[in-house]
Design a protein around this ligand. Structure first.
Ligand code: ZN
Length: 205
């Protein structure tokens, strides 16, 4: 924790002053360009991989970058989506999965979920309804299985997003575009989903 509190001091002393004018402007204006729905994984940092700064991304991060279906009662994810799309008027929504995702690995292998009941319940929102047939832990095919599940899950969450009324309404007005990405941690590259071809395109650049 000491590193984190030291970071706070360093931010205030070194990082904030050159950005003081920006923060002063942002203090009374919130107009992010996009809603970014990513995994809570600490290695996938939305602002870093998209090179965005304060005020530019409205971010929702959940285990496995999952979007529960609408309506789901008092739900923080649904509320954040509705606020970003309906109130802030973002023009784009990105759902970003990633390599080595713990949530997708748990789903693919079934490993450890008996000790994590909340995670197991949450994964019902994943592609396949959380019912992916487990494969032997560490056995052949696990990595490929996880990689395929990461991608199928991003596509499933894009479909899930369309069940949210604010999203459906903005899509109808052609005021919103949905994007599916998979971030590869080792290479720093992103594959983007092509809905016309129903596949992820190899990374560019
Ligand atoms: Zn993850």
């Amino acid at each position: 924790m000491q590193d984190i509190t030291d970071g706070l001091r360093r931010f205030r002393r070194e990082a904030f002053p050159p950005r003081a004018a920006l923060f002063a402007e942002l203090a009374g204006r919130h107009r992010p360009e996009a809603l970014f729905i990513g995994c809570s994984d600490s290695r996938v940092v939305p602002e870093l991989i998209t090179q965005r700064g304060p005020g530019e991304l409205f971010v929702v991060r959940t285990a496995g970058n999952l979007v529960p279906p609408h309506p789901a009662g008092a739900d923080g994810v649904a509320a954040s989506i509705e606020y970003a799309v309906g109130a802030l008027g973002v023009r784009d929504v990105v759902v970003c999965g990633h390599s080595d995702c713990g949530a997708m690995t748990a789903l693919a292998t079934g490993d450890g979920l008996d000790r994590l009941p909340s995670v197991a319940a949450w994964l019902r929102h994943a592609a396949g309804g959380g019912a992916a047939a487990p494969v032997a832990d560490g056995g052949p095919g696990v990595e490929q299985r996880v990689a395929a599940l990461v991608r199928a899950n991003v596509v499933a969450q894009l479909d899930r997003l369309r069940t949210h009324p604010s999203v459906a309404e903005a899509l109808e007005r052609r005021a919103l575009a949905l994007h599916g990405w998979v971030f590869d941690i080792a290479s720093g590259t992103v594959e983007a989903y092509d809905p016309a071809e129903r596949r992820f395109r190899p990374p560019v650049g």
